[in-house]
Design a protein around this ligand. Structure first.
Ligand code: GLY
Length: 263
């Protein structure tokens, strides 16, 4: 079976900028500490690199406080890249900033246009389909454009719902392998993963749901011991990465990179 949804030759990250203190957040739980975030970011990049992947780290962009969350700016598939159109007004300009790098790496690059909005955090690519969660940041017009752009490459897009009050669809779930999803119980209860194997985050550990499977590793946020133990028991090779500062901005493991293998 193909493993294109979790085997990657490349990743793109962007270093956090001092303006991260003004990053968007649903609830204010304190100002992120840039030095701690930078240290965690270095650990994250080291874990990606340890799998043999090439990791491109873009310069910090102080004009965009949330620009460390580079996943929201694009969807990168083997066949081509699609520049997103973020639904948060303060993040709209981030998409244009990522485009030049993707045009170097890909011969085929498309863009989501108005009135469409879509952020990468709402997109879960599995071996058999692309799930997109409607959210405050992602609307039907955006998903319809994504569907039309990826159909010629052989993908089918399925629209799902992001739980109310949750930033992105992948805030609550992540791909662990070709058949297995890690999900909060509140998201899995919607039935959206009915034909996958589901491992639930432990009670009280919903914030552990946003992991990434990257080649042979699963990167997960540190501090969720019961979910970690369940994943170890299931046979995954885990790396725990500090996420305390990104969590203050509703960010997690997937938000911090674009992961791909350009053809
Ligand atoms: N702070 C991440 C976001 O709201 O997009």
């Amino acid at each position: 079976m193909s493993e294109r949804s979790f085997r990657f030759s490349h990743a793109i990250t962007r270093e956090p900028a001092p303006s991260i203190s003004r990053g968007l957040r649903a609830v204010d739980t304190g100002t992120p500490d840039l030095s701690v975030m930078l240290a965690n970011h270095r650990d994250y990049i080291a874990a990606l690199r340890s799998t043999g992947a090439e990791v491109i780290t873009l310069a910090p962009q102080d004009a965009y406080p949330d620009s460390v969350f580079v996943e929201d700016t694009a969807l990168c598939l083997p066949e081509g890249a699609i520049i997103m159109r973020p639904g948060a007004p303060s993040r709209l300009g981030e998409a244009a900033e990522i485009a030049p790098m993707l045009r170097v790496l890909y011969s085929e690059v498309h863009e989501i246009t108005a009135p469409g909005h879509i952020e990468g955090g709402d997109i879960l690519v599995t071996e058999r389909e692309i799930l997109v969660g409607l959210s405050e940041r992602t609307n039907r017009a955006g998903v319809e454009q994504l569907t039309a752009l990826t159909a010629p490459w052989g993908y089918s897009v399925r629209i799902v719902e992001t739980p109310p009050g949750v930033l992105h669809f992948k805030t609550d779930c992540s791909l662990l392998d070709a058949e297995t999803i890690l999900s909060t119980r509140r998201l899995a209860a919607s039935g959206c993963f009915h034909d996958y194997r589901v491992i639930h985050t432990a009670e009280g550990e919903d914030a552990a749901a946003n992991t990434i499977r990257f080649n042979d590793l699963v990167l997960m946020p540190a501090g969720f011991p019961r979910t970690r133990d369940a994943l170890v028991k299931a046979g995954y090779d885990l790396r725990e990465i500090g996420n305390s500062e990104c969590a203050k901005l509703d960010g997690g493991m997937s938000c911090l990179s674009l992961r791909f293998t350009p053809r």
